[in-house]
Design a binder for this molecule. Structure first.
Ligand code: FAD
Length: 483
C-alpha cells in the first residue's frame, strides 16, 4: 500500500483545493502535512500577526480534517528532510502541493521538487491561489506587464470564470495498525502549541475579537459581504469608518478561500462582474493578481525600487518619527486612527494604508521599507506581493505608481473620507469630544481656532504638512533623471 503526502502551506482549505483533490483521486491513502520552517522564507519570515492567524487557521483545518476521518500532521522543518522522513514513515510514493510565488519560497520549492523526483517520487504542484499564474499573462511583446489596466484587461480576456473544484467526498486515511497489521499507521505529529505561533505576551485579544480564521470563517465573511455591502461597494469602499469592503484579505492570503470561489459567489449572488459594484470589487482582486505578477517577474522589488531612479533618493532617518508613526502618536488624527486600527485589529483599511504610507514616505521622507516591515509584523493579511506593491506604489517607485509629486494631504483626506470623524473617534479616544467640524484639525488650522481643552492628551503634529511637502518635492526634483 502506498500513500500521497499533501504538503499544505497557504492553501488551508478543503474545497477548491487542487492538490488535495488530486491526491484523493489517486485512490491511495492521503496524509495532509504542514511543515513549520519559517527561516526558509527569510528575509521575510512571517511576522507576529501572521503567526497568530496561522495558529488558528491550522487548528480549524485540523478539526475539519478530523471530522472527515483524516488528520493534519504537524512537523517542524527543515522541509526537505522532514518530507523525506514522512515518506519513509508512511511509505508514500507521491508528494503534492499548491504553488506559492515569493522569491525565497520558489527557490526552495524548486529544489525540493527536484530532489524528491530524483529519489523516485511522483511530485506534482498546482495553482490554488490565483486566477492566472504570473507567467500565464504576458503583454503583446511577450514582456511582463508594469501597468495595471492592460494587465487586468488581459486577465479578463483570458477568462476569470474557472469552476471551483468540489470538496473531496471522503479522505482516504492510512489503515490503522489494528485494521492491517504491519501497515504504516498515521505518522506522529507535533502539537500545534509546540510550533510556538501564538505571542508570549498575549497582546492578541483585539485580533480574537475581530477575526474568525479558517475556511468556515472565510465563507461567513464572504456571505456577510455579499448580503450587506457588495451592492454598495463602489460608494463605501473608500470610507474607513464604514464596513464597506470585504475584509477577505487575510483569508485570501492563507488560502482559506480562493479568488475563483469569490468570482463564482458574486455570480451566484446575481452580481454582474462587468458592472455595478462587482466590477470595482473584482478589479481589487485583479490588483492582488497584479501584485503576484510583479513579484514573480521583478523579485528584487521586495527590497529595491522598481524604478531605479529612486535608488538615489535621500531618505531621512528618525527613530523618534518612526516610533510616533508606529504608535499612532503623530498628532494627525486620520493617521493615528489608522495606525491604532492596525495595532488593535491586525488590519487597516486600504484608504488608510495609502494615507499612512504617504505620510511616512513623503512628509517624513522615510524609506518605504521601514513601513513595509512594520506592516509585515502587524498585519494579519501581511502578504509579500501586495505589501511590496502597496508600499512601492505609494512611495512612487513601483509599477503604475502614484506619481511622486501627488502627495496626500492627510487632513483633506480625513475631511473627505471620514467627514463625521466616526473612524477617528473609534480609535483615538482623546478626540472623542472634538466636534466633527474640527476632528481632523483639533489644534486649529485651516481658518479654525483650537480648543485645547477638547483634545487633552493628544499630541501636536510631528511634522508641518506644507513645509514637508515642499521638502519632499525638492528632494524628488534633485534626483538624477533617467538616461
Ligand atoms: P476589498 O476592497 O474587499 O478587496 C478584495 C480583495 O482584493 C482583498 O481582500 C485583497 O485580497 C485584494 N485587494 C484589494 N485591494 C488591493 C490592493 N491595493 N493591492 C492588492 N490586492 C488588493 N493587501 C494585502 O492583502 N496584504 C498586504 O500586506 C497589503 N499591504 C498593503 C500596503 C500598502 C501600503 C497598501 C497601500 C496596500 C496594501 N494592501 C495589502 C492592499 C489593500 O490595502 C488590502 O488588500 C485591502 O485593504 C484588504 O481589505 P479588503 O479585504 O476589505 O479589500
Amino acid at each position: 500500500m502506498t500513500a500521497t503526502l499533501v504538503w499544505l502551506r497557504r492553501d488551508l482549505r478543503l474545497a477548491d483545493q487542487p492538490a488535495l483533490l488530486a491526491a484523493v483521486e489517486r485512490g491511495a491513502p492521503v496524509v495532509p502535512v504542514f511543515v513549520h520552517a519559517p527561516e526558509e522564507e527569510a528575509p521575510w519570515q512571517p511576522g507576529a500577526a501572521s503567526n497568530w492567524w496561522l495558529h488558528h487557521s491550522l487548528a480549524r483545518l485540523s478539526e475539519a480534517l478530523e471530522r472527515r476521518g483524516s488528520r493534519l500532521i504537524l512537523r517542524r522543518g527543515p522541509t526537505l528532510e522532514t518530507l523525506r522522513e514522512l515518506v519513509q514513515e508512511t511509505g508514500a510514493d507521491a508528494v503534492f502541493w499548491n504553488r506559492l510565488y515569493e522569491p525565497a519560497v520558489i527557490r526552495r520549492d524548486r529544489q525540493i521538487k527536484r530532489r524528491l523526483r530524483e529519489s523516485g517520487l511522483r511530485v506534482e504542484s498546482f495553482n490554488a491561489a490565483l486566477l492566472h499564474e504570473p507567467w500565464c499573462i504576458r503583454s503583446g511583446s511577450g514582456d511582463p506587464y508594469r501597468v495595471f489596466s492592460p494587465f487586468w484587461k488581459s486577465c479578463r480576456q483570458a477568462g476569470i470564470d474557472g469552476t471551483p473544484l468540489p470538496e473531496p467526498e471522503a479522505l482516504p486515511a492510512p489503515p490503522t495498525a489494528a485494521a492491517r497489521p504491519g501497515a504504516a499507521p498515521w505518522p506522529g505529529s507535533e502539537s500545534l502549541d509546540a510550533l510556538g505561533l501564538l505571542p508570549e505576551l498575549r497582546w492578541d485579544a483585539g485580533l480574537d475579537r475581530t477575526w474568525t480564521p479558517g475556511e468556515a470563517g472565510a465563507h461567513r465573511r464572504l456571505h456577510d459581504f455579499l448580503e450587506n455591502s457588495a451592492e454598495r461597494y463602489h460608494r463605501l469602499r473608500d470610507l474607513p469608518g464604514q464596513p464597506g469592503t470585504s475584509r477577505l484579505s487575510p483569508h485570501l492570503h492563507f488560502g482559506e478561500i480562493s479568488p475563483r470561489q469569490i468570482v463564482r459567489a458574486l455570480r451566484d449572488a446575481g452580481l454582474d462582474p462587468d458592472s455595478g459594484s462587482a466590477e470595482p470589487f473584482l478589479r481589487e482582486i485583479g490588483w492582488r493578481e497584479f501584485a503576484h505578477h510583479l513579484l514573480f517577474h521583478f523579485p528584487h522589488t521586495t527590497e529595491a525600487p522598481l524604478n531605479p531612479r529612486f535608488e538615489a533618493f535621500p531618505w531621512r532617518e528618525s527613530e523618534r518619527d518612526l516610533r510616533a508613526w508606529q504608535q499612532g502618536r503623530t498628532g494627525i488624527p486620520i493617521v493615528d486612527a489608522s495606525m491604532r486600527e492596525l495595532w488593535q485589529t491586525g488590519w487597516m483599511h486600504n484608504r488608510s494604508r495609502m494615507i499612512v504610507a504617504s505620510l511616512l514616505t513623503k512628509n517624513l521622507r522615510m524609506h518605504w521599507l521601514h513601513g513595509a516591515r512594520w506592516f509585515w509584523d502587524t498585519l494579519v493579511d501581511a502578504d509579500l506581493a501586495s505589501n511590496t506593491l502597496g508600499w512601492q506604489w505609494t512611495a512612487g517607485s513601483g509599477a503604475d505608481a502614484a506619481p511622486y509629486f501627488r502627495i496626500f494631504n492627510p487632513v483633506l483626506q480625513g475631511e473627505r473620507f471620514d467627514p463625521d470623524g466616526r473612524y477617528v473617534r473609534r480609535y483615538v479616544p482623546e478626540l472623542e469630544r472634538v466636534p466633527a467640524s474640527a476632528i481632523h484639525t483639533p489644534r486649529g488650522g485651516r481658518g479654525r481656532a483650537a480648543d485645547p481643552a477638547l483634545a487633552l492628551g493628544y499630541p501636536p503634529p510631528i511634522v508641518d504638512l506644507r513645509e514637508s511637502r515642499q521638502a519632499a518635492l525638492e528632494a524628488f526634483r534633485r534626483l538624477p533623471t533617467p538616461g
